[in-house]
Design a protein around this ligand. Sequence first.
Ligand SMILES: [Cu+2]
Length: 322
Amino acid sequence: MVNRMQAGVKIGGFVVGLAAMFGVAFAVGSAAAPPDSKTAAPKPTVTPTSDGMAGHGETEPAGEAEAEGEGHGDDGHGGAAEAATYVSGLAATEAGFTLVPAQTTLTRGPAVPFTFTVTGPTGKPVTEYTKSHEKDLHLIVVRRDLSGFQHVHPTRAADGSWSVDLDLRTAGSWRVFADFKPTATGETTTLGTDVTVAGDFRPVPLPAVTPKSTLEGYDVSIAGHAVAGEESTLTFTLAKNGKQLADLQPYLGAFGHLVSLRASDLAYLHTHPAEEAHAGDTGGPAIEFATTFPTPGTYRLFLDFQHAGQVHTAEFTVEVTK
Ligand SMILES: [Cu+2]
């Protein structure tokens, strides 16, 4: 990991390209190598709600998210342990790519213009991206105390600069993650940096661990047992006004998008259900994710889902065990 970053920064695109190849090879190997662990009877899960696991009906092996989420972090000589502990989003520069905000101090407000570029190994802004979940770049923004989460899609100008309005109604230090796949490497890359909003900062304590989240008339429950370093299946069950939802809509090619942030340092994981969702499909009430949390500890989970034409985000605090 460290080696790859240094090589990428110092030597540039060729080494990055090689790293990408190793990364892909490892991802394929990691998805294919331990079939036994995937097809073996699932270990018993702790189910915080009585009906949480009922009727999810998911039979697809949940391998894709793991391959996509982990493989890119390995440089070919780390092995499974390193892949399992790889985390992204902690650095503003990685593999020759750098997230460069146009301004690091922003005003407070509900729609604050924010502009940035992603520069590549040559130092110039990247202009060629490969879409992932229907977008060239996903921007995740959250205050460092994990309040104020937002997942937005900036627009790119011809010069490669990205712009979007952010909801920055509260003062403090905000973390900005750019999640994208440069065409040059084909590797999913997540860069993170901080911007500051001036004003009276009032820290929000992290909400307690609970199996339910209520938002905008929706009740979302989480079931499953998150164990560090191994693929953990988390199942979210969605209801509105006491009735389970069977008409979830695809949002950016999936019935749900899950961003998990480690509370201690905001390390970033982004996972999707194994099954893709296409326009016109309906889903629910359960959405299942296979996520590999790198370490034990407290994480904040943000589940984006779409229902009746609106995107909502359910939030959970989860304790990942050893
Ligand atoms: Cu997105």
